[in-house]
Design a protein around this ligand. Structure first.
Ligand code: HAM
Length: 440
């Protein structure tokens, strides 16, 4: 939305740009936990974090497929002040591959993960943003079908660990680039013969992007392509063997999947395995919560030696929408342990006591601006802290703190300041054993 100038002395105000959104506490606490659980899942499989520029030379992204919407219609590209043509990243994979070619890591496969904003100038709607955020992995340097299975099972296991149950894995194979060319030719032939039956938007794609007709949302097109040849009919024997091995691997690790020969994805670099996880709890238009596949030609197209690769990306917003729809992975940030209320004359205790508690590893906060006892207690309540530690002149003189359990029935009791941390720790540990408020 464009800035709204105001009359008189009022300053103009701004909104986040269309298709973007702010993630603020306490909701952002859920993001923290989500990213941490992803890092834990993929870290266990040997993936290390990559942190990369948000923009690249536009050429990095053009290699992804100059016929795809992501590149031709949705790219945020611009000339910088040095007149270099740059673009905000419309996905994570191409940048990771650029970094691989630039640094040539010697580990095989090179396994990395990322949490990144992604920019696409799309038509915003529920679950579709112009800046969304992806968690993803890339494994570069091995053509082993087990690595395809590893990517899918890591993502599937992560979804399960969040509590998601209504998620389906759909797979297909694009074969080698040569298989794909052969298939595109066969498909184009079919589509030309049925052009009159296709929806108008799809008719335009027949010559430029025949494979994209396959995932048309139009029922008219879907009816027209009922008898279209499938990719699987055109796969070379080696590609069939790769796909068979992937499916056997999925069965071996107990990951249910369905083969959808119509599955194509919005990026052109895929070879062999292609996959999506779809949620039955979301609207069909936005129900893909994660997807990926193999891209055995991408390293080469970005100037590296022929090198295979496989990975996936999963949209944080979509995953959280799915969690909401399934009623799992709720809650915001972890609550505070203790809130310090300082009503002493000098008002110096809040600073040193809070610092002490934090250094001891507790989550502690306080009020500022010398507020009244009532107002500080209100802040303590709002903070969600389990404990409040009250310091007045009497407590300062006695070297004690008034400790009150904000969730319990018991009133305030005096605790020696030196033993405050231990008191809080042992009470919290009791909760853990009895499944109390902090004990989940
Ligand atoms: P992608 O399918 O374009 O793949 O995006 C991955 C995921 O990002 C989608 O499954 C969806 O959850 C989310 N997503 C995509 N666009 C939006 C949007 N506009 N708003 C909200 N969420 C969105 C890739 O980006 C590939 N780089 C994945 C990959 C990695 N393939 C191999 N390695």
């Amino acid at each position: 939305m464009s800035p709204q100038p105001h009359a008189g002395d009022r300053r103009e105000t701004f909104q986040a740009p269309k298709g973007t959104h702010d993630v603020l506490p306490p909701a952002s606490g859920r993001w923290e936990r989500l990213i941490a659980s992803f890092a834990e899942t993929v870290g266990r499989a040997g993936y290390g974090l990559v942190q990369q520029p948000m923009f690249e030379d536009v050429g990095v992204f053009l290699r992804m497929g100059e016929g795809t919407d992501v590149v031709t219609k949705e790219l945020y590209d611009f000339d910088d002040r040095d007149k270099r043509r740059l673009a905000l990243r419309p996905e994570g994979t191409a940048s990771v591959v650029r970094a691989y070619v630039q640094h040539r890591p010697q580990v095989v496969p090179w396994k990395v993960w990322y949490a990144t904003p992604v920019f696409r100038h799309e038509r915003p709607q529920a679950g579709r943003y112009r800046q969304h955020h992806q968690l993803g992995v890339e494994a570069i340097g091995s053509a082993d079908p087990d690595l395809d299975v590893e990517a899918m099972s890591l993502l599937g296991d992560w979804y399960r660990s969040l509590g998601l149950r209504q998620v389906r894995l759909v797979v297909n194979s694009m074969g080698t680039p040569a298989d794909r060319v052969a298939y595109a030719a066969r498909l184009t032939e079919f589509l030309r013969a049925h052009a009159d039956e296709l929806a108008e938007v799809d008719r335009e794609k027949v010559e430029t992007h025949p494979l994209r007709v396959l995932d048309s949302k139009s029922p008219q097109t879907q009816a027209a392509i009922e008898g279209a040849p499938t990719m699987l009919d055109t796969l070379s024997p080696d590609s069939v063997a790769h796909f068979d091995r992937v499916q056997a691997g999925l069965r071996a690790v107990g990951l249910d999947h369905e083969v959808d020969t119509r599955l194509v994805r919005g990026l052109d670099y895929y070879t062999h395995t292609l996959f999506e996880f779809r949620s039955d709890a979301l609207e069909a238009a936005q129900n893909t919560i994660g997807g990926g596949g193999r891209y055995d030609g991408l390293v080469e197209s970005l100037g590296g030696p022929p090198t295979p690769g496989v990975g996936f990306g999963s949209g944080i917003e979509r995953v959280l929408l799915t969690c909401d729809a399934e009623g799992v992975f709720g809650g915001g940030a972890a609550p505070l342990d203790v809130f310090v209320v300082d009503v002493s004359t000098e008002r110096t205790s809040a600073l040193d006591l809070t610092t002490e508690l934090r250094r001891a590893g507790l989550r502690a906060d306080r009020a500022f601006d010398g507020r009244s006892m009532k107002s500080q207690m209100k802040s303590a309540d709002r903070s969600g802290a389990r404990w409040v530690a009250i310091v007045g002149d009497d407590e300062v003189a006695a070297g004690t703190v008034g400790l009150r359990d904000l969730r319990g029935e018991t009133g305030q009791r005096a605790v020696g300041r030196a033993s405050l941390v231990d008191e809080i720790r042992s009470a919290t540990a009791d909760d853990t054993h009895t499944g109390g408020p902090h004990g989940a």
